[in-house]
Design a protein around this ligand. Structure first.
Ligand code: CIR
Length: 263
């Protein structure tokens, strides 16, 4: 079933900068190819557009190596947008860089001013906002988010991103109103009680970061067992090559902000 957590009229993306070769990563498996990343990125944007959404494609920001990962800069809700406060010092300026674009789409723009919080640690479901504490997101940042969304009626639930995992959503993604794709290591913490949980196949944990956008599941190519399971469950998945983003710890959700403007 679709909900405002999975249906959107717009998305924002940003072209990968040539400086993506300097992108942050937990372990070095080689530099991404800028050219190939551009091809993968174009495929990703096409899938968003094929759902009928309008996509605002922002230019590359060479001063910010990781700026292609726009998800970390903001949280878009139907009532307004909250500008994040990234915990990675090299990414702090990305949030200000996207604010003017967000101001053209939302009448209410709120800013996190304390602690740190990145969009990759936030999973919005139909009933609540789940936020994992991580190396990038702290309790102060989560408390600031709670204050920002309180008068819009959202419940914010603080959780823990597994150790050595970059973001909460590195290990999970919303498939529909009540179903979450998750790694076992994350779901075993009990954080998804009350939801239907589907698990990534063994050795395919890196496929958990799938995104449901207007009834299409954007899914990273190269994870055949999990892809087959999702298809058997009746999901319409589109597999998108992600080898270059993966070299700098990026996945499907990080590459876009998904939203429905309120102006
Ligand atoms: C970083 O470490 O910040 C980037 N190299 C990857 C960010 C991925 N973003 C996300 O999962 N939301």
């Amino acid at each position: 079933m679709s909900s405002s957590a999975t249906r959107f009229s717009h998305a924002i993306t940003r072209l990968p900068a040539k400086s993506i070769v300097d992108g942050l990563r937990a372990c070095n498996t080689g530099n991404p190819s800028h050219e190939l990343f551009q091809e993968h990125h174009a495929a990703y944007v096409s899938v968003l557009k094929e759902t009928g959404a309008e996509v605002t494609e922002l230019p590359a920001l060479e001063n910010y190596s990781d700026s292609v990962f726009v998800e970390d800069t903001a949280l878009c809700l139907k009532e307004g947008v909250i500008i994040m406060r990234p915990g990675a010092p090299s990414r702090a300026g990305e949030a200000a860089a996207i604010t003017s674009t967000l101001k053209t789409l939302f009448s209410d723009v709120r800013v996190i001013e304390n602690g740190h919080i990145e969009g990759g640690d936030i999973l919005v479901t139909a009933s609540e906002i789940l936020v994992g504490k991580s190396e990038r997101t702290d309790a102060e940042g989560i408390a600031a988010l709670r204050v920002c969304v309180a008068d819009w009626g959202y419940k914010v639930r603080e959780l823990q991103t597994p150790a050595d995992v970059l973001h909460f959503k590195t290990d999970c993604g919303l498939l529909d109103e009540n179903t979450i794709l998750s790694t076992r290591r994350l779901a075993d913490s009990g954080c998804f009680e009350g939801y239907r949980v589907l698990y990534t196949a063994e050795d395919e944990e890196a496929s958990a970061n799938a995104v449901c956008f207007n009834d299409v599941i954007l899914f990273p190519a190269g994870f055949p067992k999990t892809a087959a399971m999702l298809e058997a469950e009746g999901y319409r998945i589109v597999q998108i090559p992600n080898t270059e983003a993966a070299k700098v710890d990026g996945g499907m959700s990080c590459l876009s902000l998904r939203l429905t403007p309120n102006i």
